[in-house]
Design a protein around this ligand. Structure first.
Ligand code: M6R
Length: 611
């Protein structure tokens, strides 16, 4: 939620900042802005409502030679998206400028204080108080001390970048609850919310830790703690991310690219983790805690959105294979409802970005209750990866499309691996473990087979895209898939869709069925096939339009329904890795037919770093 970037170095800062903003546009896209120190050492600020192209158009009219600057792409919290509320924000004298990713919770009282001191505000944002606080403390102090003093007054979260005309060629960066990565290369430093904005310049990065502040110049970086002043040695590491991974690579949208990457991303998730000799799984990241998991009275999995749907599947998988009770909690609920965490409870947090504010808060709450907390994350070095006791990386590669696709299948794959490992530690036989492992290896090829049916899915989507309500139904392992399918349609097509356990339909939603309400039903040849066929008949009897995801070779369903997407057969617990693919594809095609911005759906942002 919001992307920030700062640059100081030999290149024209405007070009570097704009390129970085474009790479981080998925983090927020309702407005953007840039503030640079020009050759006359004045701060020049340009801000525009709307997508980054509008900012680029505004900048293109003029020339801005500059080697230091900051920029921001916004997902609005305080104040509607407009030119004034867009960042950067400046102090009364336009001598200091800041960009901020986060929330100032006590901004009202601080604003009253600053107004009483004569400060003038122009925007409705919480961020603007930070720059005026810095201005207030800068009167008698150097900038670094002033920023520290200001941040000590703030309750909330920040990834913050500050420039000042009194300190040319310097950027101050501070972090509390919102990520900041610093990239270093020959005579230049780039600071950004995520590494995607840095990778085209360097792969040498340093992740700022919680509570740290850095004073950054072209050649130097000094890091200290905001509260204790403790000094830390800067340690840069090499990150394993390529430019190719974060570009569209010929696809029309990132979402489509990421849907098509799933065979490869799942291969990467399982790579090196299958132990065929012992019919089990190797998860080195959580080795130290595997017995705590095995002996847990209860596992709680907490997450948000798509990750929550994966968590629900995790419950089905772990309970099925390892016989350990699993509870699944929305992170936003867990953090506020005084959850019961006993001595033998292990908490697992799932997050693609590793930066979701609600999930982070749930982790802290679990830790306050002395639970072991494990993480399942995609973004290496993210906050959740760092604050959990141990974890399992998904290795899905960067996911840029706001609608999560390959992250979901990698999360489910990780949970499958964990469930098999725990199963083997309990009563699962070597043969069963090996059998599952061998089938898991076949999943990427089976996904490829489904991806080949794009033409048929496009044809089907043409029949569907004008409808305004959809039902998604599934049972057993495919119930969480129904929820995820419905979420995909909602978020990128803005169509109302509800996911339901198919048998629950008769307890209410069946009243909605008519010929205007398409029902997407996952009806695979599994242990509950006959039951779901009955549910399909119930819909058809009420003139509902059923589109089914069915098992290849199923003649019965073919004789009942006109619209069937066939997927290859697999073991029942692995079926979600296949059944979700056509649902992702349908959502994508419908959004394209509705001429919507698939990668940047309205009102959303990729990582939700506010409550
Ligand atoms: O990064 P996280 O996995 O923690 O994100 C959680 C949700 O915000 C995320 O899954 C969201 O629901 C996606 N837009 C779904 O496609």
């Amino acid at each position: 939620m919001c992307g920030i970037i700062g640059y100081t170095g030999k290149k024209n800062s405007v070009e570097v900042l704009i390129e970085g903003l474009k790479r981080m546009e998925y983090r927020g896209y309702d407005s953007s802005g840039i503030a640079i120190l020009n050759d006359n050492n004045e701060i020049v600020t340009i801000k525009k409502k709307g997508e980054i192209q509008k900012l680029i158009n505004a900048i293109n009219d003029r020339k801005y030679p500059s080697h230091t600057g900051i920029a921001h792409t916004r997902w609005a919290t305080h104040g509607e998206p407009n030119d004034i509320n867009a960042h950067p924000h400046s102090d009364c004298k336009n001598e200091i400028s800041i960009v901020h990713n986060g929330i100032v919770e006590n901004f009202k009282s601080l604003k009253d204080y600053l107004l009483s001191k004569g400060h003038k505000f122009v925007s409705e944002t919480d961020t603007e108080i930070i720059v005026h606080l810095i201005e207030e403390f800068a009167e008698d102090n150097d900038l670094l001390t002033a920023v520290k003093k200001a941040l000590k007054k703030i309750k909330g979260t920040y990834g913050l970048l500050v420039i000042s005309k009194k300190l040319p060629n310097t950027i101050i960066a501070a972090r509390m609850g919102s990520p900041l990565v610093i990239g270093k290369s020959d005579k230049q430093m780039i600071i950004a919310s995520d590494a995607s904005a840095i990778i085209s310049h360097t792969n040498q990065v340093l992740y700022l830790e919680e509570g740290e502040i850095a004073e950054i110049t072209v050649n130097d970086i000094n890091i200290s703690n905001i509260f204790s002043n403790h000094i830390t040695d800067p340690k840069f590491i090499e990150i394993d991310m390529t430019l190719e991974q974060i570009e569209k690579g010929g696809y029309e949208h990132f979402m489509l690219k990421e849907i098509y990457e799933q065979p490869e991303s799942i291969r990467n998730t399982i790579r090196g983790r299958l132990d065929k000799t012992n019919g089990t799984i190797r998860l080195n990241g959580i080795k130290k805690y595997i017995n705590d998991l095995k002996d847990a009275d209860r596992i709680i999995i907490t997450a948000c959105g798509t990750s929550w749907h994966a968590a629900l599947l995790g419950k089905y998988l772990i309970e099925n294979f390892a016989n350990i009770p699993v509870e699944v909690d929305y992170a936003s609920e867990f953090r506020y409802r005084n959850p019961i965490v006993r001595k033998n409870t292990v908490v697992i947090a799932i997050s693609q970005s590793g930066e979701t504010a609600d999930t982070i808060a749930a982790i802290y709450e679990a830790k306050r209750k002395n639970a072991i907390v494990l993480g399942i994350c995609n973004v290496i070095g993210s906050t959740i990866a760092r604050i959990t006791d141990a974890g399992i990386y998904m290795h899905a590669g960067p996911e840029i499309g706001v609608a999560s696709t390959k992250a979901f299948t990698s999360q489910v794959t990780v949970l499958l691996l964990l469930a098999i490992l725990l199963g083997r530690k309990h009563h699962m036989s070597f043969d069963e473990g090996l059998h599952l492992i061998k089938e898991l290896e076949k999943i990427p090829d089976k996904i490829n087979e489904i991806l080949n049916s794009r033409k048929y899915i496009q044809k089907l989507s043409k029949q569907l895209y004008k409808h305004t309500n959809f039902l998604y139904l599934g049972r057993g392992f495919n119930y969480p898939v129904a929820l995820e399918g419905a979420l995909k349609l909602k978020e990128i097509s803005y169509i109302h869709a509800e996911g339901y356990p198919a048998a629950e339909m008769k307890h209410g939603p069946i009243a909605l069925i008519d010929d205007n309400m398409p029902a997407l039903v996952i009806a695979l040849k599994d242990s509950i096939y006959e039951k779901i066929i009955t549910n399909i008949k119930e819909i058809k009897a009420r003139k509902g339009h059923v589109i089914s995801i069915a098992t290849k070779g199923d003649k019965e369903i073919g004789s009942m329904l006109k619209d069937v997407i066939y997927i290859p057969d697999t073991f029942e617990p692995m079926a979600p890795l296949l059944s979700i693919i056509p649902l992702q594809m349908i959502s994508y095609e419908i959004a394209v037919l509705r001429k919507l911005d698939v990668d940047k759906p309205r009102n959303l942002a990729k990582s939700v770093t506010v409550e």
